[in-house]
Write a protein that binds this ligand. Structure first.
Ligand code: A3P
Length: 296
C-alpha cells in the first residue's frame, strides 16, 4: 500500500486531483482535458457498475429505431467512444470521438469536477444513470476480481473499506452521484436510476427517447424493452463482453453480466457493514435530495 495515496502499490492506477484513474488515462490527461465537445454531443455518464452497458444498448436501440441488426455492427464498448480511455496502442477515446461523425454519442465515468470543460461550455446533453451504492459496491467487487486490468479487490471486508473511502478506479461513488445530481438543474441532464429501469423499463426508455429527441412507436419501445432485458443481453456477444480475451476479463471468475438485480447487497453486507455504510452515506450525502431504492 502506498501510504501517500492509500492505493495499492501497483502502477495500474494513479490519482488525478485525488481521484484514482488508470495510469494511462492520467498520462494522457492534458489531451483528455482539452477534448473539444460539440453542441449536439450526447454524453452517457455513469459511475462504474451502474448499468453503463445497459443504458448504452438502450440508447443505441433508440438511435437505430429498434433495428437489432444495426446494433450488432460492433461490440458495445466500441459504439460510443469512452472519452477518458487510453490504452496504447489502441486509439484513445479522444481519437475515437474525433473520428465519429456528428451527432455523437459518447460516454464517460468521470466525476463532474474532472469533465473536460468544453462539455459545459457547449451545453451538451448529459444522460446520467445512478445505481444504489450498496449494489454498486458488490458489482464492482466482482468486477475487480475478474478484470485483470484492475487491482485485486482483496477480501470483501478490505474492499468495503476501499470503496467507502473512494480508493477505487474513478473515485468515490458518493462524490460522483452527488456531483452529477447537484448540477442537473443547471445543465441539460436526464438523471435516471438503474432501479427504475429495472422496475419499469418502458417508462424509463421512453424518457430517454424523448431526451434524445426521438419519437418511436409503442411496438418499437416494446421491442427495445425485450432486447435490452438482462437475459437477452447476457446471451448477446455484442453486449456480454465474451469477445474480450480471458487475459483481460476472466469470466470464469465472475461473468460480466453477473446478476443484474436490485438488492444483491443483502447477500454480502453484514449488519455492521450495512450500518457503517448508512452512517457514511448520511455524512457524505446529507443535504442532497437524492433518494435511492435499495430493494424492489
Ligand atoms: P451486476 O454485477 O450487479 O450483475 P456496467 O455496465 O456499468 O459495468 O454495469 C454492470 C452491471 O450492470 C452488472 O451488474 C450487470 O449485470 C448489470 N447489467 C448489465 N446489463 C443489464 C441489464 N440488461 N439489466 C440489468 N442489469 C444489467
Amino acid at each position: 500500500m502506498d501510504l501517500t495515496t492509500g492505493l495499492e502499490s501497483s502502477s495500474l492506477l494513479r490519482e488525478v486531483e485525488g481521484v484514482p484513474l488508470f495510469a494511462a488515462t492520467a498520462d494522457n490527461w492534458s489531451q483528455i482535458q482539452n477534448f473539444e465537445a460539440k453542441p449536439d454531443d450526447l454524453l452517457i455518464c455513469t459511475y462504474p457498475k451502474s448499468g453503463t452497458t445497459w443504458i448504452q444498448e438502450i440508447v443505441d436501440m433508440i438511435e437505430q429505431n429498434g433495428d437489432v441488426n444495426k446494433c450488432q455492427r460492433a461490440v458495445i464498448q466500441q459504439r460510443h467512444p469512452f472519452i477518458e480511455w487510453a490504452r496504447p496502442p489502441q486509439p484513445s477515446g479522444v481519437k475515437n470521438a474525433e473520428a465519429m461523425p456528428s451527432p455523437r454519442i459518447l460516454r464517460t465515468h468521470l466525476p463532474t469536477q474532472l469533465l473536460p470543460l468544453s462539455f459545459w461550455k457547449k451545453d451538451c446533453k448529459f444522460l446520467y444513470v445512478a445505481r444504489n451504492g450498496k449494489d454498486c459496491m458488490v458489482s464492482y467487487y466482482y468486477f475487480q476480481k475478474m478484470n485483470q486490468m484492475l487491482p485485486d479487490p482483496g477480501t470483501w471486508e478490505e474492499y468495503f473499506e476501499k470503496f467507502t473511502k473512494g480508493k477505487v478506479n474513478w473515485g468515490s461513488w458518493y462524490d460522483h452521484v452527488k456531483g452529477w445530481w447537484e448540477i442537473k438543474e443547471r445543465y441539460k441532464v436526464l438523471f435516471i436510476f438503474y432501479e427504475d429501469i429495472k422496475k419499469d423499463p418502458k417508462n424509463e426508455i421512453r424518457k430517454v427517447m424523448q431526451f434524445m429527441g426521438k419519437n418511436l412507436d409503442e411496438t418499437v419501445l416494446d421491442k427495445i424493452v425485450h432486447e435490452t432485458s438482462f437475459e437477452k443481453m447476457k446471451e448477446n456477444p455484442m453486449t456480454n463482453r465474451s469477445t474480450v480475451p480471458k487475459s483481460i476479463l476472466d469470466q470464469s471468475i465472475s461473468p460480466f453480466m453477473r446478476k443484474g438485480t436490485v438488492g444483491d447487497w443483502k447477500n454480502h453486507f453484514t449488519v455492521a457493514q450495512n450500518e457503517k455504510f448508512d452512517e457514511i452515506y448520511r455524512e457524505k450525502m446529507g443535504g442532497t435530495s437524492i433518494n435511492f431504492c435499495m430493494e424492489l
